[in-house]
Design a protein around this ligand. Structure first.
Ligand code: NAP
Length: 337
């Protein structure tokens, strides 16, 4: 399917990112004979690969591991012809067509379309000690690090689904898990709340924020300083580990100044996954700050891929806009969230 232009192969489409949205976009564009190239990024599999078990992905009533799900998605996409490159995109050039995609390893690809699936990353607390003790008691991944806290006392910061779900997972290892939440009501779903409230190893520290993570002589976490959000009272909790799950930030560094972002940094797209630049589609947590489920990312990946196919047919029929022509001329009206 690839064409040549000035000696450079022109891809039909490049998918940036290897989470559920990315692999689904690759699967659908592969099945449409578009021979997609998927560039994984540094976090292969995205956030789902850090998830121990997924219980709410339809079709898997017995739950399945995040890593296993990603592997299955990759295998399925490759089966239909998707190519997967383990590389990191550090620049996209989209004010000319074909677009250019440049990577950390020094590759430059020309492509007629791009599907951005760069996802999101954990939000940091941004308190003293957090950076210093990351990997020394501070963690953002229960699946990766839970084992190191066997029979230890840990705290989990946050009150959403991630915090409660991961706290439940951490009870497999830790002797005690305290969830520190800045309010007196959880944001997490009722089913998770009920499990946590009933769990003998889980306690709650309500109306509290962590103001500092404190280490001991051996360079490992020994406790957290806290502040009561109602009374302002300062406190200290002894603990061996701090797991932080306070939401996510979109991975938009390569998109800034090039594509329209909302006030939180998510890509603005219409319902078909179109960004404000014709030929650039998006799917998954880079464009969705509301649902953020594996199932919704998969749906968005499907939509973006089908829209990409449609774009390429139209491009074929109407001819290339030509090098140096600004593809923004083809911009479709946006449906803002
Ligand atoms: P989230 O829903 O945005 O929750 C973030 C939590 O962190 C909130 O409780 C928030 O407090 C707290 N928080 C934010 N900034 C803080 C700060 N600086 N200091 C202290 N606490 C802070 O994020 P999430 O839990 O990562 O979930 C993200 C999305 O993924 C959600 O849509 C969620 O439903 C979904 N998800 C679903 C599942 C599942 O279905 N099993 C599992 C994981 C995630 P407030 O409540 O006071 O705002």
């Amino acid at each position: 399917m690839s064409e040549k232009n000035s000696g450079q192969t022109i891809e039909e489409t490049i998918v940036i990112g290897s989470g559920p949205a990315g692999f689904t976009a690759a699967l659908y564009t592969a099945r449409a004979n578009l021979n997609p190239l998927l560039i994984t990024g540094n976090e292969y599999g995205g956030q789902v690969s850090l998830t121990y078990e997924i219980e709410n992905y339809p079709g898997f009533p017995d739950a399945l591991g995040g890593v296993e799900l990603v592997e299955r998605m990759k295998t399925q996409a490759e089966k239909f012809g998707a190519r997967v490159e383990f590389d990191f995109v550090n620049e996209i050039v989209i004010d000319r067509h074909p677009f250019l995609v440049r990577t950390e390893s020094g590759q430059e690809y020309a492509t007629k379309s791009i599907i951005v699936c760069t996802g999101a990353r954990p939000r940091y607390l941004e308190v003293p000690g957090e950076k210093e003790y990351t990997g020394r008691g501070v963690s953002y991944c229960a699946t990766c690090d839970g084992f190191f806290f066997t029979d230890k006392d840990i705290v989990v910061v946050g009150g959403g689904d991630s915090a409660v779900e991961e706290a439940l997972f951490l009870t497999k290892f830790a002797s005690r898990v305290r969830i520190i939440h800045r309010r007196d009501e959880l944001r997490a779903s009722k089913i998770l709340q009920n499990r946590a409230f009933k769990h003998e190893k889980i306690d709650f520290v309500w109306n509290a924020v962590v103001t500092e993570i404190v280490g001991g002589d051996e360079g490992m976490v020994v406790g957290v300083k806290t502040r009561d959000t109602k009374t302002g009272e300062e406190g200290f909790l002894e603990t061996d580990g701090v797991f932080i799950f306070i939401g996510h930030l979109p991975n938009n560094e390569i998109l800034q100044g090039k594509l329209e972002l909302d006030e939180d940094g998510h890509l603005i797209t219409d319902r078909r996954g179109r960004t404000n630049v014709s030929g650039v589609m998006a799917a998954g947590e880079i464009m969705d700050k509301v649902f953020k489920q594996v199932a919704t990312s998969v749906g968005q990946g499907t939509a973006a891929a089908m829209q990409t196919e449609k774009f390429l047919v139209e491009l074929e029929e109407e001819g290339y806009p030509g090098v140096d022509q600004d593809p923004r001329e083809f911009v479709q009206p946006l449906v803002k969230a």
